[in-house]
Each structure stands twice: as C-alpha cells, then as structure tokens.
Ligand binder design. Structure first.
Ligand code: PLP
Length: 385
C-alpha cells in the first residue's frame, strides 16, 4: 500500500494550487481519521457523532463513516448530504432543537429516529411521530466563560427537564435521554462534568417516573484544538469527563457530538497575494481570501489561525495581510513578520478546517475557496475531489 502524502508540506501545497487554483482549502482525510481516533481513545466507550456544521464536506462524512463513526445532523441540508453519501440513517441523530415540520419529515424519511427538543412546543411536534421518533431532551448549562456559549440560545433549565419528559411521555413519545452542549472550544471540562452529573440525576429521576427508555446521554461537543493559542491535550481534557461518566449506570449509552476537534486541524487554507502596497511604512498584502471567505471564523468563531508565508527569507518585516473585498474590516492580520512578498506568493493558514469555509460568503463576488480532499482512503497518495 502506498504511503499517504502530507498535503500540508510546501511542495504539495504548491502542486495542489497549480492544479486547483487559489484560494484553496486543503482537507487531509488522514488527519480527519487521526483526530477521530485520538478522541475515541480519549473517550473510550463513547460513540462519537461527527457534527457536520463546522465542515460539511462529503469526503469528511465518508471518512468518519468508514472509521465506523456516527453523524450529528442538524438541518435538512445536512440530512441530504448524509443521504447522498448513502450513510446508514441508524448511524445519524438529528440535533437541532428547533425544527420545521418539513425538517422533521425529511429526517424521518431518510430514516433518522433520534431527535432533540428543548421546549414544550417542540416536543408537541412529535405527537404524531411517536411510532418512529424518540427524543433527547436538551438541557442548558450556561458557560459564560466559553468562547462560544451554546447554552444561551438552546436548552431547557435543568429544573424544567422532568416536566418536559412528562409531556413527551403523555404524548406517547419515548424519551431516550438527555443532551447538552456546553459551548465550543471549551477551556476545560468543568462544565461537561457539571452537566454529566446533573444529567445522571435527571436520568435516574425520569427512569423512576417511567418517562421513557432513558438509556442515552449525549455530552455534545466543545473539545478544543490548538490555534495561535494552545489548547489542553485531549487526553488530559477528557480525564475528568471519563471519571464522571464512569459513575453512570452501565445500561446508559454515551454519545458525543464533536465537530471542531475532528475537522479543525484537518484542513489548511491557502491564499495568494493579488497585489501589494506600502502604507505608512508597512507592506500591505491583499490576498484572494479574507474575512468574508475562509477567515470568516475570525469574526464568527473568534478564532486566530496561525498564518505563514511559503516564501522563506530575510529580512522579516512587519506586514499586514488583508482580504480581497473593498470593505475596510476585511483585514486578516496586522504586525505579522513576513519576508517581502510578491503577487502570486502563497499564504497558508493552519487549523482552518472548522467554522471557516462553512461560514464563508461570496461578498463582492470573490468566490469561496475550492475544497480539495486528499488521502481519502487510508494509504491514498493524493486522490482529490
Ligand atoms: C455546533 C454543534 C456541535 C459541534 O460542536 P464543536 O464544539 O465544534 O465540537 C455539536 N452539537 C451541536 C448541537 C452543535 O450545534
């Protein structure tokens, strides 16, 4: 079997840009696999459902499924993507707490059976689907400290969770268990632990009251990765989670919904210098990708990507990297030390797989980056899509 190449090496980056143009998002499925395996080792016994949202790409979906993984779908578009890849719907859950009737229908027709709800109106939408659908009730555990606090917009108060389970039971809808998402890129696992402990109590109470099968706990996402700022190593991050989970009854299946951890480190963004200007004593380089494109995560996701030039050389000068649009906020980095660049030079952003291309727009008619997926099968030497 051929050894897989490392598409993040300069020679391969240049080759791929010659072939596919720029801007480019290079997705390395070998890294998707290794991230997935690392998290699996850090959370043994937890069934990892890749959340498509940060990088909804067919090659990533296939890679996860071929690893024996599961999927977390949240929209009809994500359902369609899984369907187009002929994913077994039994390996998918639907986790958007707020759904239109047609979103529920689309997911049911595909064959998804587990849904999330966090309020009485949403639970009532399943009144006529009790035969086919079961619910995970999403509970909110606020974490104002998280970079993205996902428990503000969604989730019921823990005190209201049992009443919600009673409502589902009264409508003939099975309550499978509880779910939460404490926030993305968590600094530590304290919130996860607090939420697991609270949900452990809720599962026991709801089971005593015979409100459903109560055999599932969904611990969400939030697993952090390195950006310019380093994150805790994943085994260490997960250690308190492992010990909190060990106190659950054995019959409870634990699942998680990692997105960023799987996709983030698995892609780099490559942009080209379109032109340059000297302003107030500094070089400004204008790239063909920026804050309205793959670097949109700097705005929406509050991420800071490590960026570097493929041109080596001295002296290194304080420089500004700007995006292509005519908007003045479209500046990627200032006071970056770079050698003198020319039009056509390549700039690489690392850890750009999650919440980057997915939230890019085509503002000013600058196209989104082309996505190229390499190492799509273990041992591949550069099959691309
Ligand atoms: C966005 C999202 C995820 C993924 O979260 P990460 O922090 O990227 O792992 C998982 N589940 C739900 C419901 C989400 O909305």
């Amino acid at each position: 079997m051929a050894r897989s190449i490392d598409p993040f090496q300069p020679e391969h980056i240049r080759r791929l840009v010659r072939e596919f143009g720029s801007p480019l998002l290079i997705v390395d499925c070998a890294r998707v696999r290794s991230q997935y395996r690392k998290l699996r080792r850090a959370l043994p016994g937890v069934d990892l459902h890749y959340a498509l949202k940060p990088l909804p790409h067919p090659a990533v979906v296939r890679t996860i499924v071929e690893e024996g993984g599961w999927l977390d779908l949240a929209t009809s578009g994500e359902v369609q993507l899984a369907q187009s890849q002929r994913v077994d719907p039994k390996r998918c859950i639907h986790t958007h707490p707020i759904k239109r009737a047609r979103d529920i229908r689309n997911a049911l027709e595909f064959g998804v059976r587990s849904f999330v709800a966090d309020n009485p109106d949403e639970v009532r939408k399943f009144k006529h689907h009790g035969e086919r659908a079961a619910l995970l009730l999403r509970v909110s555990f606020r974490s104002p400290g998280a970079v993205c606090d996902l428990s503000r917009k969604f989730g019921c108060d823990p005190e209201d969770a049992l009443a919600l389970a009673e409502l589902a039971a009264s409508l003939g809808v099975n309550v499978q268990g509880f779910s939460f998402h404490v926030g993305s890129q968590a600094a530590d696992a304290l919130k996860h632990v607090e939420a697991i402990e609270a949900c452990t109590r809720l599962l026991a109470q709801a089971r005593r009251a015979r409100l459903g099968s109560l055999d599932t706990l969904d611990i969400g996402g939030g697993f952090p990765i390195d950006y310019l700022q380093h994150a805790v190593d994943i085994r260490r991050f997960c250690a308190p989670i492992r010990s909190a989970l060990s106190r659950l009854p054995k019959r409870v299946r634990v699942i998680a919904e990692p997105g960023r951890y799987v996709a983030g480190p698995a892609a780099i963004g490559v942009a080209s210098v379109m032109g340059r200007a000297r302003r107030e004593g500094h070089w400004w380089y204008y790239l063909d990708d920026g804050l309205y494109g793959s670097y949109s995560g700097q705005l929406y996701d509050h991420a800071r990507y490590p960026v570097e030039s493929l041109r080596q050389g001295e002296p290194q000068l304080p420089s500004v990297l700007a995006g292509p649009t005519c908007d003045s906020i479209d500046v990627i980095a200032e006071n970056l030390m770079l050698p003198e660049l020319k039009a056509g030079d390549l700039i690489v952003g690392r850890a750009m797989g999650a919440y980057t291309w997915a939230s890019a727009s085509e503002f000013n008619f600058f196209p989104k980056a082309t996505v190229v997926a390499v190492n799509r099968r273990p041992g591949d030497t550069g099959g691309v899509e």
